[in-house]
Design a protein around this ligand. Structure first.
Ligand code: NAD
Length: 488
């Protein structure tokens, strides 16, 4: 589909109290197509005054309608929204193709999972309940109630814009909360289109609100608002720390899904082709802009050269090109600014003594002329003390290191302030289980890449975050438990 077929003509609105509205200031910002560097759309930019209205609408909807909506009704509305979304997946995939530079084939694959997110929580919420407690006091009947929190602020990054918005919104609504969504200012368009479906799905006005604009002041206004009971944030660790501090003033509940520097441990007895395929995916998928990608590649010395020969051959053949080409595997990064950040790390790595190597020459190509395009790259000769092994780069680059013993591999894998995920490749099941226990990360994958799904919890240890997204844990995290003690 062409740009003009899927994009709105006028500025993209906010969604407040069931209505698409301009920002009160009338201010707009421009969303850029990273594959061309040209303006794609204008978007109304909220200010704290718009956030105030959105939170007010959400509070009103919570008190007057949503908190007392029967579970079955909430479930039906989520299912209806899933159906409406399914009918729009193709158009939304093209919107994210242009707004985020996602190759269209991959964009379709990711967004086709969106309806399933809503369906999963539509089912899950029907099993939500408290429990009866057999306390050691026969003068009491004691039980718990699972209640919604109230209004949840959902702050979303740019790497999977609509998918992550849905992963936050679905459990929050399922638990009986109302939401104010703050999409990334870099990729706001698909979430506005989600907002256009919610009235038809039967959600009362104000249950879902959307405010576009920068983290500060728009996201920050949500974090500071005392009427917002919880912030669910996905983004960089430094932004997450700031939100953590600001949320302390009103003792908000928090789910923080932050950065990562995950390790993939490849042992000599592994199925090398499988491990190579995963490393390749970690570089190429979404141009490496994936929080759970294993960006530290730890290879057992005896197979390191053979592994790298295979990986490098694949990387030389990757199809980089315009995201709208169905054959493209790797498009641009999300913005020139993100590509510039990655280029800066190439200099940092070189200055530290590592050697960055690129596997595709983009020079002189007219179809990848935008400076948001980068080739796939590996850092060779790195140590785990270097910044390129310690800091999240968020681009198509892995840092390669070698190890001789299992203990050395574990020590390197765990020597990080992050703890989002890890992969282990070995044919020795006993060793695999030892690694599962020894590695300190929220998700550990054996003989497969880090692939998350809506029905399994995902969330990091240490500075990778707090709480879980996905799975029934996300639904429970969006509730509060009330204990009732009934005197007999
Ligand atoms: P970011 O932190 O710059 O921004 C994320 C969102 O937070 C945006 O909507 C932004 O406007 C908002 N924001 C920024 N500062 C804020 C503040 N002070 N108050 C309130 N809101 C604020 O992150 P990004 O560059 O958009 O996304 C990339 C990052 O997201 C990477 O670090 C990646 O690892 C992380 N990420 C983590 C997961 C996970 O599940 N752990 C998933 C995807 C992305």
């Amino acid at each position: 589909m062409k740009r003009e077929d899927v994009l709105r003509k006028g500025p993209y609105p906010l969604l407040i109290d069931g209505k698409e509205v301009p920002s009160l200031s009338g201010k707009t910002f421009t969303s850029i197509d990273p594959s061309t560097g040209r303006a794609l759309a204008e978007v109304h930019e909220a200010g704290p005054e718009d956030v105030d209205l959105a939170v007010g609408a959400a509070c009103k909807a919570f008190e007057s309608a949503w908190r007392s909506t029967l579970p079955r009704e909430r479930s039906k509305k989520l299912m209806k929204l899933a159906d409406l979304l399914a009918a729009r997946v193709e158009a939304l995939s093209w919107i994210e193709c242009y707004d985020a530079g996602k190759p269209i084939a991959a964009s379709r694959a990711w967004l086709s999972g969106g309806p399933g997110t809503l369906e999963y929580y539509a089912g899950c919420l029907l099993g939500l309940s408290g429990e009866t407690l057999d306390v050691s006091d026969k003068t009491l009947m004691d039980f718990t109630l699972r209640e919604p929190l109230g209004v949840c602020g959902l702050i979303v990054p740019w790497n999977f814009p609509l998918s992550i918005a849905l992963l936050k919104m679905a459990p929050a609504l399922a638990a009986g909360n109302c939401v104010v969504i703050k999409p990334s200012e870099v990729t706001p368009l698909s979430t506005v289109e989600l907002g256009a479906l919610v009235a038809e799905a039967g959600f009362p006005p104000g249950v879902i609100n959307i405010v576009n604009g920068p983290g500060d002041p728009v996201g920050s206004a949500l974090v500071r608002d005392p009427r917002v009971a919880k912030i669910s944030f996905t983004g960089g660790t430094e932004s997450g720390k700031r939100i953590f501090r600001e949320a302390a003033d009103t003792v908000k509940r928090l789910t923080l899904e932050l950065g990562g520097k995950s390790a993939s441990l490849v042992f000599a007895d592994a199925d090398l082709d499988k491990a190579v395929a995963v490393a390749y995916t970690d570089i190429v998928r979404n141009s490496g802009q994936v929080c759970g990608a294993c960006t530290r590649l730890l290879l057992e010395e005896s197979v390191a050269d053979a592994f790298l020969d295979k990986l490098e051959a694949k990387l030389r053949a990757v199809k980089i090109g315009p995201p709208e080409d169905p054959a493209t595997e790797m498009g641009p990064l999300v913005s020139s600014a993100q590509a510039a950040k990655v280029r800066k790390y190439l200099q940092i790595g070189k200055a530290e003594g590592a050697t960055p190597k690129a596997y595709v020459d983009l020079a002189g190509r007219s179809d990848t002329a935008s400076d948001a395009f980068l080739p796939p790259m590996l850092f060779h000769g790195a140590t785990n003390a270097m910044r390129v092994a310690r800091e999240e780069i968020f681009g198509p680059v892995l840092t390669v290191m070698r190890f001789r013993t299992e203990a050395e591999a574990v020590a390197i894998a765990n020597d990080t302030r992050y703890g989002l995920a890890a992969c282990v490749f070995t044919r020795d099941a006993t060793r695999a289980m030892r690694m599962v226990r020894a590695i300190s990360a929220g998700t550990v994958c054996v003989n497969t890449g880090v692939r998350s799904s809506v029905d399994a919890p995902f969330g990091g240890f240490r500075e990778s975050g707090i709480g879980k997204e996905r799975g029934k844990e996300a639904l429970l995290d969006d509730t509060q438990l009330k204990n009732v003690r009934y005197g007999l």
